[in-house]
Ligand binder design. Structure first.
Ligand code: ADP
Ligand code: MG
Length: 612
């Protein structure tokens, strides 16, 4: 029988390698930028068009390549960075596998121009699907410029799997930042479809973070510095009260290479435990310098995973260094609007313990009470509304909306009577709160347990959607305008949702990347604008991958989830019954906008079964 095994042609081998190394436009950005850094550049400019689907161009002012190297660099396993396997463990460069350019050239149209500073002429080269169609001397600036066009032109399956421009751009920005962040001594710029997205001048580490994330980070960051024999650690962590609801700002770098490490992330989370709530993520920008021999970078094709020799020690060092910093800079936890109750509210050591007193009312007449309760329910008495601890009401078309927010108590009645009346109301409806989280109530067919946070989330969400649709948000002017400083990307994001924000009642002036808020929805008057805006933007970033959620829905979700009553919040009987009424008036009272269950039903049958 004839032999059937043969070596794959180079272009096929390259395409297979490309499958691992180049997953999307952002992967090209990463590889080209890393090459520019390895070439010793002091300025690197990234230009993309249509989220990198049409063009990705990286221009540097580094060492350049010779005429021959300009051709060689597109060969598989062609690298100037290592010569033997033992050098794998002394890496000081980003690249070493010599497969990025070969992979890219096999699945795109590539133009290269390169010149070494002490040469008069440079080289230009055109290559398409691994075929070189042009290779000649040319006049060009010092350094290297590579243009990658029509990515995946010959791999339709890949091309069709690309996400929307918005999502692909988000990935590119992320890769750009991961490379730019640790290399603060290099000037970077990024342009997309002709607009400047980032300009990051060379400077110190903190300046780099501030030019990426915005001026407001100056006071949000706490420095971390620790030097041991195993690792030299530096960088910044975010103050606990500025923790985010998205994982976004968590960066580890080892020898200036971005890495992902759930294990080390855990160390940081531990350092923050008790300082931030469970659904928040600390921000961190941590740079570790270790002996290249003590890590293995070559365990993953994109080199974002690294094996440490002394992983456990590094874990311990990280955790204690971050703790120390938080302690040293006296960063005390402060409450944000997502956390309602503190433990101190429940456990106050200074409060004397009072034994409950039992009073017997000898004039008690059950029938009289029932009469009074009916009267109150009929609403015939004039009620003096008093602001409850709920966020105030978004006015909507829903009838009686106010009743959810305004605690109604007859003035002039003594407090004992008030309690009695409240009890009556809730007893009548058989409703009560369990462990300050759930509401238990009866319906015709059995019982239901309602998640109070999700119920309120649904109610507020529907109200915000109605306001946007009917363009009738209620605005409240601010006596003192609130200033929010944004990063460039956040600012752009905000511009994209300006219409919806205005409909809801926001009014603001823009100046550079700062917005001065002069009015905001009256339902949010107790929540600081900076928090509202930060949460809105976070939600937008989180939903960027999800094309099914419209801006309107994202805004409504964000505002509603941020202001809904939390679990752990004690509700009075009036609030309980209002919440339940409003919930059942919603079109979908079963599920919260995030798809989570609001209500659990127990039929009498279910209950009977349990006793069998
Ligand atoms: P690696 O970076 O792993 O060596 P690449 O395929 O990314 O592999 O690049 C191959 C070689 O091409 C590099 O080793 C380097 O010698 C050369 N090269 C690539 N980009 C540049 C650049 N921007 N400036 C100078 N040389 C470059
Ligand atoms: Mg490389």
């Amino acid at each position: 029988m004839a032999d059937i095994i043969q070596l794959l042609p180079d272009n096929v081998a390259n395409q297979i390698a490309a499958g691992e190394v180049i997953q999307r436009p952002a992967s090209v950005v990463k590889e080209l930028m890393e090459n520019a850094i390895d070439a010793g550049s002091t300025q690197i400019d990234l230009v993309i068009k249509d989220a990198g689907k049409t063009l990705i161009q990286v221009t540097d002012n580094g060492g350049g390549m010779t005429y021959t190297d300009a051709r060689m660099c597109f060969e598989r396993h062609a690298t100037s960075k290592i010569k033997s396997a033992d050098q794998l463990f002394q890496l000081t460069t980003k690249g070493f596998r010599g497969e990025a350019l070969a992979s890219i050239a096999s699945i795109a149209h590539v133009d290269l121009k390169t010149k070494m500073p002490d040469e008069d002429l440079g080289t230009q080269l055109h290559i398409e699907g691994s075929n070189v169609t042009e290779h000649e001397p040319c006049a060009c600036p010092d350094g290297t410029s590579i243009q990658v066009k029509n990515l995946f032109f010959n791999v339709p399956a890949r091309r069709n799997f690309l996400k929307s421009d918005q999502v692909e751009t988000k990935h590119i920005v992320e890769e750009f930042l991961r490379v730019a962040m640790p290399h603060n001594d290099i000037t970077f710029s990024m342009h997309h479809n002709g607009d400047e997205v980032y300009f990051l001048p060379a400077g110190n580490r903190k300046q780099r973070l501030i030019s990426i994330f915005g001026k407001q980070y100056d006071e949000r960051l706490v420095p971390v510095d620790e030097e041991t024999t195993i690792v030299k650690l530096s960088g910044y962590v975010g103050k606990p009260d500025k923790a985010k609801k998205t994982r976004g700002e968590q960066y580890f770098f080892v020898n200036n290479r971005f890495i992902k490490s759930p294990y080390l992330n855990h160390a940081i989370n531990n350092a923050y435990s008790e300082l931030i709530s469970k659904d928040h993520f600390p921000s961190y920008f941590l740079f570790m310098e270790v002996d290249p021999q003590s890590i293995d970078v070559n365990i993953h094709p994109t080199k974002t995973e690294v094996k440490f020799e002394e992983e456990k020690s590094i874990y311990a060092i990280l955790q204690s260094a971050v703790r120390n910093s938080l302690g040293k800079f006296n960063v005390m936890p402060t409450l944000d609007f997502n956390q309602e109750a503190t433990f101190s509210e429940f456990i106050d050591p200074n409060r004397p313990v009072v034994e409950p007193e039992i009073k017997i009312d000898t004039t008690y007449n059950p029938f009289e009470k029932e009469k009074q309760a009916k009267l109150n329910n009929g609403g015939s008495s004039i009620r003096h509304a008093e602001r409850s601890t709920f966020p105030s009401n978004p006015s909507t078309n829903i009838q009686n909306w106010e009743s959810l927010y305004e605690v109604t108590r007859s003035s002039g009645v003594n407090s004992e009577q008030t309690v009695e009346t409240d009890l009556n109301q809730s007893e009548q409806r058989k409703m009560f709160q369990i462990s300050d989280k759930y509401i238990f109530t009866s319906i015709k067919s059995g019982y239901v347990v309602i998640d109070q946070y999700r119920a309120h989330y649904r109610i507020l969400y529907d109200a915000f959607i109605q306001q946007i649709e009917h363009r009738n948000g209620e605005s409240q002017g601010l006596i003192f305008p609130e200033t929010v400083e944004l990063s460039k990307t956040d600012f752009k994001l905000l511009n994209a949702i300006e219409d919806e924000l205005k409909i809801l009642g926001f009014a603001y002036q823009k100046e550079d990347y700062t917005i001065n808020i002069t009015a905001k929805p009256s339902s949010l008057d107790e929540v600081p604008s900076a928090d509202i805006i930060a949460q809105l933007l976070d939600n937008f970033k989180m939903n960027a991958d999800n094309n099914n959620v419209s801006p309107k829905e994202t805004i409504a979700r964000s505002l509603a989830s941020g202001t809904a009553i939390r679990k752990g919040k004690k509700l009075n009987p009036q609030e309980i019954s209002d919440l339940v009424d409003r919930l059942f008036a919603c079109e979908d009272s079963q599920y919260a906008p995030n798809g989570k269950k609001i209500i659990i039903n127990f039929t009498f049958e279910d209950i009977e079964k349990q006793f069998n």
